[in-house]
Design a protein around this ligand. Sequence first.
Ligand code: FES
Length: 103
Amino acid sequence: MAWHAVAKADDVQEGKVLAASAADKMIALYRIDGTFYATSDICTHAFALLSDGYLDGDCIECPIHQALFHVPTGEVRAEPATEPLRTFPVKVDGEMLMVEITD
Ligand code: FES
């Protein structure tokens, strides 16, 4: 298990996506209804940064071809993507947001 400090929790604002990186992974951070989430920042369809996308409720829309992913689970909600998005466990430690990356 490896927890990485990725951002100040206060910097992750409701309704927005914050790009971060840790352990050579590009990560997107979200706060949805007060709960923090982390996913891979890279769309599984082609190379696009989801942190440049549009957060619609609890789904993130890719800015390139508009695939839709459910942020809490990573599952695909709209094509053209077919592979789910990787998600990461998140916890708050003091003022920092921590993400667990296991590989
Ligand atoms: S790159 Fe994201 S849907 Fe195509």
